[in-house]
Design a protein around this ligand. Structure first.
Ligand SMILES: [Zn+2]
Length: 366
């Protein structure tokens, strides 16, 4: 995510914080200070906000640890003023696994709240108007915050954990795509209900309105992402790969690269050794930045991206797309497993075109 900074790394997962998060801290600290209650109050509320976000990080690590149990790695967690976002490599497709990963976050908050409750025996009323910034009762507020996180995250709407729980439960009875669209509709229904209630009771809650809008958009996005995944189903890499492309030999110079770039519309060129094996890909960016500080007689090998990931023509397209999206290179070399030769390139533009053609043909048939 842009504008985010690394705080620390735990077991291969980077914890990052977004720049806007500091604005929230400054806002809270200045509010405490300007309200005339002095430095101690400002410090306490700032400390409380930091503790709240420590609970958010622990919540996210609940998801991370559960996902790791299924062999899914989480490269990073980003803290935003509205909460945390754990970027899992992929979501488990098995409903039972998605269910476990989704509930593991809120489970952490239940444990924290229970520990505070057992240790201090405090009880507090949970209401939407609870003031987390009031002075005193540090642990009471922390307990309420954790209970609030459980309730909020279990709302059955994407992108909340409750939306994933709902989808996982529905997916046990129907297919994944249908379950997602159904769960997304439930989420959008809840968002609309919130807005209608606000209109009918003529109460205006800006934060609630923002959340309803956010939920409405996220539900639509989740549904269309899954619809796209479904479109690639039963397709192989060979159905969508680019086969008419130019390549460069490993002894080619940057000047040769420029000639190829200007001669056609292709932007990324595979660099091949004498046996036709791939050495890397010379992207347009590689070429342009190399020309800025190297002479055109330099070899392309010194400027190209290594692109170690590759795929085979018979590989499932959805799986190859995941590899392509995770790779820093704009194209995925398609290599024949028998001859070891480069037979195609998989780019997201080409996959997009293949899907459009497929959609048009399906429409014509029906
Ligand atoms: Zn969560």
């Amino acid at each position: 995510m842009k504008w985010s900074f690394r705080l620390f790394t735990v077991a291969g997962t980077e914890v990052r914080v977004h720049a806007t998060f500091f604005l929230l801290l400054i806002f809270v600290a200045s509010q405490g200070f300007l309200s005339g209650q002095g430095l101690a109050v400002a410090l306490e509320s700032t400390l409380f906000i930091l503790t709240m976000f420590a609970c958010v990080v622990l919540h996210e690590f609940g998801h991370v640890i559960a996902a790791r149990g299924y062999g899914i790695h989480t490269p990073d967690i980003t803290l935003l003023p509205i909460g945390g976002v754990a970027r899992l490599e992929r979501m488990p497709r098995k409903p039972s696994q998605e269910l476990v990963v989704a509930v593991s976050g809120p489970l952490v908050n239940i444990i924290i709240a229970a520990v505070i409750w057992i240790a201090f025996g405090i009880g507090a009323e949970l209401s939407p108007g609870y003031d987390f910034l009031k002075t005193g009762h540090f642990f009471e507020k922390l307990m309420v915050w954790n209970v609030f996180m459980v309730v909020f995250n279990m709302i059955p709407a994407f992108p909340m954990d409750g939306g994933r729980v709902l989808r996982a439960v529905l997916a046990m009875f129907t297919d994944y795509g249908k379950a997602t669209r159904l769960a997304a509709s439930v989420g959008q229904g809840i968002a609309m209900l919130v807005v209608i209630t606000m209109l009918l009771t003529s109460t205006f809650h800006p934060m609630l309105l923002l959340i309803a809008f956010f939920i409405f958009m996220a539900a639509g996005q989740e549904a269309s992402a899954v619809t796209q995944q479904e479109a690639t189903r039963n397709l192989r890499v060979r159905d969508a790969m680019l086969t008419d492309f130019r390549s460069l030999p490993s002894h080619a110079t940057l000047r040769d690269g420029v000639d190829l770039l200007l001669a056609g519309s292709q932007q990324d060129f595979p660099v091949l050794d004498v046996h036709g094996g791939i050495r890397g890909i010379l992207t347009r960016n590689d070429l342009i930045s190399a020309l800025a500080d190297k002479s055109p007689d330099h070899l392309v090998i010194e400027a190209m991206s290594p692109c170690p990931e590759s795929t085979a023509p018979a590989t499932d397209l959805a799986q190859a797309l995941e590899t392509l999206q995770a790779s820093p290179c704009p194209a995925l070399p398609v290599i024949d497993p028998l001859s070891g030769e480069l037979v195609g390139l998989l780019t997201s533009e080409n996959v997009g075109e293949a899907l459009m053609v497929r959609a048009a043909l399906t429409k014509q048939r029906s």
